[in-house]
Design a protein around this ligand. Sequence first.
Ligand SMILES: Nc1nc2c(c(=O)[nH]1)N[C@H]1C(S)=C(S)[C@@H](COP(=O)(O)O)O[C@H]1N2
Ligand SMILES: [Mo]
Length: 234
Amino acid sequence: MASRDERQGTQRRQFLGELVAGSMVVALGSLCVVACDERSARARKEKRSDGRPRLPPGQHVIERLRPMGGDVGDVDPRNFRLTVHGEVDAPFVLDFAELSKMPQVEQTCDVHCVTKWSMLDARFTGVRVADLAARAKLRKRARVVIFEAAYGYTSNVPIDEALQPTVLVVHRHQGEPLATPHGAPVRALVPDLYFWKSAKWLTGIRFSDVDEPGFWETRGYHNHADPWNEERNS
Ligand SMILES: Nc1nc2c(c(=O)[nH]1)N[C@H]1C(S)=C(S)[C@@H](COP(=O)(O)O)O[C@H]1N2
Ligand SMILES: [Mo]
């Protein structure tokens, strides 16, 4: 049996160990805060090619995507199906292999969450919504894209914005297959609108001739969601 002195020694060492570990966490944390503050300040001064500041108002930079939750869908790529339908002449369903055979875009972009974090230089791989629309023979009367996801989550994006070359259906992030909390195996990516428009666990793309506010848009969030106009709430 350990003596009282030995027990106290062990407790003291444990306490010191925790103190050191705790301080390291605090130190690393502050390092990150300082580094991110500098990145935020820099990104506020930088200009995008469209002339807008790189960092939208009220946002600060963080190092990696924060998992923001949601009802996780079927993450097995073997079960993945993407239904492209609505105001199109040639609706179709794609499985994961077929999606992988379409022209792949590798893109580095910034994403902006309405909770005020932004991730700069996020890398994604996927297929342009514009290419999917062309394949489905989009009708002229289509006004809105509805991204459809597991358990009825939807988001709505005006057609001209959804057909921008930066709007993708993505299956890789930072060089790796999309992780479960970020929408595996496939999510939408609409980098220039608040991130809630980028539906995770994507199941469909529907083209509509009438607008259909989605999950967050019917719960007080702004219908359009432009970060540079701070379109946060309706
Ligand atoms: N299917 C689905 N997609 C979703 C959500 C959700 O709840 N369900 N949340 C949205 C919100 S509010 C945000 S901020 C982003 C967060 O993405 P992330 O978890 O990869 O950071 O996903 C969006 N896509
Ligand atoms: Mo969000």
